[in-house]
Design a protein around this ligand. Structure first.
Ligand code: PEP
Length: 249
């Protein structure tokens, strides 16, 4: 399966800025290498514009950064899978650490969002990862196991590996400039792989992305590691210049 090179633009960019970034990214990357797939998680207001700018280009896709697990209804401020698809999204993020830790999302809600998004025909990147305190307390394995079990509750055991990916993002490495070392990434990704194999019949085939201070100069080493099937990039994805170097690393 292709390596998934995903950008998370968080709460950045107007539509004009988004369009300019996508135009520059397409210019710098062109047709992505045969073993790479490029995905941009844009703010809701920019999804339609990113989709139009991509113009169905091979190897590129756009996603939303969150969803509410209902078809429609009285959920002020929320967005449905149908609305995301209507704007051009084919993917969605669930469980990003900023939603868990700043917006207070529970494992249970992340699980409902993940299962519902898949049931409505969106592909999902489910994010998991431990805080520094949890790591220092020796809870890495337990935290990852709990987040995966609850995050995947309700997901069909035979979910297609093309439709679901996991992003391992240690919270202490997100936006801090502190990238996890190769040994830490290998250990965490092996744990995720083993858990996935227990939870899903397709678990050995799902892509596992690494996220946390990925930059153009550390990408090649990270994606060469066992069980690393792509990256989820925040800060360094905002500029086409640096994200294109990550995509091509
Ligand atoms: C992220 O937002 O998922 C992320 C990994 O951010 P950064 O690359 O800035 O650490």
């Amino acid at each position: 399966m292709k390596k998934l090179m995903a950008a998370n633009w968080k709460m950045y960019k107007t539509r004009e800025e988004a369009a300019m970034t996508i135009a520059s990214l397409k210019l710098a990357v062109g047709l992505p290498p045969a073993d790479r797939e490029v995905l941009v998680f844009a703010p809701f207001t920019a999804i339609e514009c990113v989709s139009a700018c991509l113009g169905g280009a091979d190897g590129y896709a756009v996603g939303g950064q969150d969803l509410y697990p209902a078809v429609e209804g009285a959920f002020t401020g929320e967005i449905s899978p149908g609305q995301l698809k209507d704007a051009g999204a084919t993917w969605v993020l669930t469980g990003h650490s900023e939603r868990r830790h700043i917006l207070g999302e529970s494992d249970e809600l992340v699980g409902r969002k993940t299962a519902f998004a898949l049931s409505q025909g969106l592909k999902v990147v489910l994010c998991i990862g431990e805080t520094l305190a949890e790591r220092e307390a020796g809870q890495l394995q337990a935290v990852l196991a709990r987040q995966l079990k609850e995050g995947l509750a309700g997901v069909p055991g035979d979910v297609s590996a093309a439709d679901l990916a996991i992003a391992y993002e240690p919270v202490w490495a997100i936006g801090t400039g502190k990238v996890a070392g190769p040994a830490e990434i290998l250990e965490a990704h092996a744990t995720v792989r083993a858990q996935l194999a227990q939870l899903l019949t397709t678990g050995s085939n799902l892509r596992i992305l690494y996220g946390g201070s990925v930059k153009p100069d550390n990408t090649a080493e990270i994606i060469s590691l066992d069980n690393v099937d792509g990256v989820l990039v925040g800060g360094a994805s905002l500029q086409a210049e640096s994200f294109s170097r990550i995509v091509l690393a």
